[in-house]
Design a protein around this ligand. Structure first.
Ligand code: TRP
Length: 390
């Protein structure tokens, strides 16, 4: 019997590929339709991001409402985050940040980025000091994605939580029972109380009054959260309590997982270094990992590949190109050539190595340019007078 698929913020498992349609109906979110993507293009005057054109971001909650009010001149803010559990970010970790940067540039809106050092301290059993260090290191990789300092506030929970933020956490916590979080997150009587309380910490940035230095006491400004779909449970809970506390429900735009080199049956694992391409990998390492580990849908021999072509449904080099090769025509050419057998596995793997190295090299250069002063500047609670400016 097929093993039931499990998707929670801490576990993604199942037999075979994730069934994303099933996830949409199970979670109760909506499919991101082409109609909405067309509206984004119209409203921003910018070409749709690769991740929109290729269905990487594929689900949403109330995204249309955000667009409706934006059209009427009402601004919103973006909220995303990262749990700093390791220094080594892989390509999957960059996806929400690359996409959030595009949204920030396209809509010209403020952004808050939560580094949940507290979460990883509890779930990964790391020391407080170590998670704080990791949060700062990860902030450098995030800054390297190119965020605009005049509209981006990055914060670590250990450093920032207090005042308006803490007041919201307590209001949220008061509105959710133990039975509710048991149902949503699967906690039980053995879960320590830190874990049971934590969802209130991840929920709080969805409400603007958690950031008085940005939004003062304005409580009606809308929040849009770009994230991978495994974070949906947190925000289902948040959306449930929002109206009771006098806030708007946060809207969401949600992505698929970036598959491991070994194939599409879950998220890339941060612990298995051969399952992922890391942002610190060298060109040689990238080439080698793709050559040795990327699951191929191509024929077992050159003759079979020429005769039958490749199975693009399982082929990882092709999948990775759908995420990161921006050129639509070139992708179609590869689909055609490789799918029909005129192109061999070695060739598509070379194309992918070049595409990824170009991206990783650029990231490495940008990260080298990030100074400690820049980290301090992004993480300083401050007013951002130009955050809505065109
Ligand atoms: N829990 C997330 C993680 O482990 C981090 C996170 C906090 C986050 N707030 C978020 C992710 C908002 C997306 C959106 O990575």
């Amino acid at each position: 019997m097929a093993q039931e698929q499990v998707v929670t913020p801490w576990e993604v498992s199942g037999s075979g590929a994730i069934d994303y349609d099933k996830l949409i109906s199970q979670f109760g979110c909506e499919k991101l339709e082409q109609r909405l993507i067309d509206r984004v293009v119209k409203l921003t005057g910018k070409r749709a991001h690769t991740f929109l054109r290729r269905g990487v971001f594929f689900a949403h909650r109330d995204f249309e409402k955000v667009l409706d009010s934006y059209e009427k001149g009402e601004k919103f803010y973006l909220y995303t985050g990262r749990g700093p559990s390791s220094e080594a970010l892989h390509l999957g970790h960059l996806i929400p940040f690359m996409f959030t940067k595009y949204l920030q540039d396209a809509f010209k809106v403020p952004l808050v980025i939560q580094l949940t050092d507290d979460e990883k301290c509890m779930w990964k059993n790391l020391s407080v000091e170590e998670t704080k260090r990791l949060a700062r290191e990860n902030a450098k990789d995030i800054i390297a994605c190119g965020f605009d300092i005049s509209r981006t506030f990055i914060f670590s929970d250990f450093q920032y939580v207090g005042r308006g933020f803490y007041e919201n956490m307590i209001s949220i916590a008061k509105s959710v029972t133990f039975n509710q979080v048991k149902g949503i997150f699967g906690f039980d009587g053995e879960s320590h109380i830190g874990k049971i309380f934590f969802p209130a910490v991840q929920a709080a940035p969805s409400f603007p009054t958690s950031f008085p230095h940005l939004f003062g006491t304005k409580s009606k400004i809308k929040c849009l959260i770009p994230c991978a779909i495994d974070q949906d449970p947190y925000f289902r809970m948040t959306r449930d309590v929002a109206p009771r506390l006098g806030y708007q429900k946060p809207a969401l735009i949600e992505s698929r997982f970036f598959p491991a080199l070994q194939g599409e049956s879950g998220k890339m694992s941060a612990s298995d270094t051969n399952s992922a391409i890391y942002v610190k990998d060298t060109q040689k390492e990238i080439k080698k990992k793709i050559a040795n580990y990327a699951l191929s849908g191509g024929g077992d021999t050159k003759e079979l590949q020429r005769k039958n072509g490749a199975n693009l449904k399982v082929d990882i080099p092709f999948k990775y190109l759908t995420f990161f090769l921006d050129d639509d025509e070139e992708l179609e050419r590869i689909r055609d050539e490789y799918g029909s057998g005129r192109m061999l596995t070695g060739e598509i793997k070379n194309i992918l190595s070049d595409v990824l190295w170009k991206m990783v090299e650029q990231h490495q250069q940008a990260r080298l340019a990030v100074t400690e002063e820049m980290v301090d500047a992004f993480m300083a609670p401050r007013e951002m007078p130009f955050m809505f400016e065109k």
